[in-house]
Design a protein around this ligand. Sequence first.
Ligand SMILES: Nc1ncnc2c1ncn2[C@@H]1O[C@H](COP(=O)(O)OP(=O)(O)OP(=O)(O)O)[C@@H](O)[C@H]1O
Ligand SMILES: [Zn+2]
Length: 746
Amino acid sequence: MSPQKGSAIIPELLQLTSLLPKSLHHIKIAVPGPFQEPLIYQHDQALAAGIRCKVPLGRRQVIGITVDENTPTGDIDPSKLKAIIEVLDQQPVLPNSILTLADWMSRYYQHEFSSSYFLALPALLRKGEAATLKAETWLTLTPAGEAIDIEQLKRSAKQQALMAFLQPQQRCSMPHARDHGFDLTLAKTLEKKGLLSIDNLAHHDAIKISAELSETPLTLNNEQQQALTQLTGEGFTPSLLEGVTGSGKTEVYLQAIADCLKNNKRALVLVPEIGLTPQTVRRFRQRFVDDIVVLHSGLSDLQRQQNWLRAAFGQAAIVIGTRSAVLTPIPDLGLIIIDEEHDQSYKQQDSLRYHARDIAILRAKNEAVPIVLGSATPSLESLHHAINGRYRYLQLNQRATGQALPYVETVDMRQQQQQHGLSEKLLIRIKEHLNDGNQVLLFLNRRGYAPSWFCEDCGWIADCVYCDAHLTHHRHNNLNICHHCGFQQPPIKQCPNCHSHSLTAMGTGTERAEEFLSQCLPDVPMIRFDSNIASTRKQFEEQLAKTEAEGPAIIIGTQMLAKGHHFERVTLVGIWDIDSGLFSADLRAKERMGQLLTQVAGRSGRGKRRGEVLIQTYYPDNPIYTPLLQHDYRSFAHELLQERKRTRLPPFGYLAVIRADSAHAERAESQLKEMATYLLQLGSVRVLGPLPALLSRRAGKFRYLLIVQSDKRSQLHEALNPLHKHYPREAKQVSWHIDIDPAELA
Ligand SMILES: Nc1ncnc2c1ncn2[C@@H]1O[C@H](COP(=O)(O)OP(=O)(O)OP(=O)(O)O)[C@@H](O)[C@H]1O
Ligand SMILES: [Zn+2]
């Protein structure tokens, strides 16, 4: 055999060996795109779940996340597998606890498979940035610092305080020290004494939980004490803490967290989007020595990434965040709290339409920890679970300060002189309360100057060109604006219908209410809260600060005011209009109305003086208001639960909405008709529709709904599951999505 021949064979052999499958691993990766399952790639090593990889997808390269081995995938042909281009992480960025939730969410909400995985990551990590913390100034105790008896420092109170702060933690970052009033100069003095060292570096390990308090907790009243005792338990213990407005739920949370930290575990606190103001955070920071990390949409991408990583590395004992913070990795989690659990902002209303409360419950169950859902006005779902014993039902019926709940009275608008929808009676009462040196809060759930621009001669109303909605008139910039799509135009001067020039703003929004009240009461400061004036966190905070700084003043705003804020000086709450909740066809309109009314009324009389609430209504005798006027949200909710039971609506049945959007109404409708036929022949679900959405056209697209109902959750899911296989999400100029457990029919 000639050597030449042999050498020709060897490269071929080599090539063959490199193709041998035994050295290759099949890796399941959640990849962005319209996939209902992870895709499979090959790689020369096994990879743990939760690792980011760069992979080819069509002609592009994208970042995906490895998922659990057990995650099912469709059939694959191994010869078609593409290789991972680059592995971005040495260690998983998402721990198993979060991967399990993400996997469940993908299936349950029937959205693109990868979306829950990406939702769990901060934006910069989604884009492939390194999962590392930036260098930071750290204060670390030296052995001498650890050993010193701080009594020896008593000549300098500040030095002693910093050492007392640092000793239980051993190490802390400079920003954390600053939050507690310690500055770098002070730290340098102690460094010179050899008690601590100051370094600039990036720490990636956990920090010891000190469980020390930096203020003395309030003494709990009996109800609070009982609630606290019952809500902590071994393993998964869900509780509903139903406490009237001002009953001191926050104090119960704070003390429950203190217990959690003592057990060397960390706590997760979820609050509604607008509830997470610096005031809230301050209240927590005042109480605890341990570091607290905050996660909300107002942070820059970098801040969010850094805070998220600090939480994930165990550098914070408490994580406070809004909706998506429910997916933050937290080592040794010991407690979850959801404040204002009824709040709508916990449900995401686009793309992955998840409910953070439901995910939190699942997380608590998986991680075997107690979870507390707190509210003065619990959602019907949570109430139902508390009544039937699935959750512990803890009640606080008294205000913590001992102050009685406010007097509530209706104003019969049919018998009142009124201007801009403000009754004579309410105006008189406003003046009385201001004269007594108090503040008044007026609730009007319509921002802008007037809800419509209207022809006095023929009744024509200016509509949005792209939506099935009236334009709202805004005076400060003289524009008519669509609150659904943002379309705007200067107010039309001549009626396109009858050519009259008598066009005017009709109705009252917050802007007009403020203008009118300023005319009636020129010397009284007006503090407005609506998304025009307080849309950013900073603006909102500025308005809140004004309420604290001012004496007699009028606070006027939309439902932004209903989110658990404590206005010490408000003694009168006036509800400008509430009736719209009675007539809305939306699923939860009545429930929301009751919650809003109770929450807004609950802002009255939280200080030293008993409060008063005046509700303007054209339907004072409507029985739905009766329990609410007596602070009896519980009876109100029981009544609604009975109604839901009769109609087999949640929590007594399960619901999904399929919505199709298209520039051509008939296409959206016919797509849903096809789906309805398919679903009906299954025989396991009830189907209503297609019908136009409550907002039947938005931004140029017609919106149709199919309401799918079932008495069994599993049947609903089984019925819906195959839809995406039969009907592409976007085709023939129709796009559609499923909303499981919908919050509204919009
Ligand atoms: N045990 C207590 N003793 C005295 N004051 C208390 C006690 N607990 C709470 N408070 C005070 O009562 C007030 C209301 O408490 P908090 O804001 O926690 O109520 P809440 O139940 O969260 O109300 P809301 O649902 O209306 O937001 C606060 O000023 C708080 O400091
Ligand atoms: Zn519009």
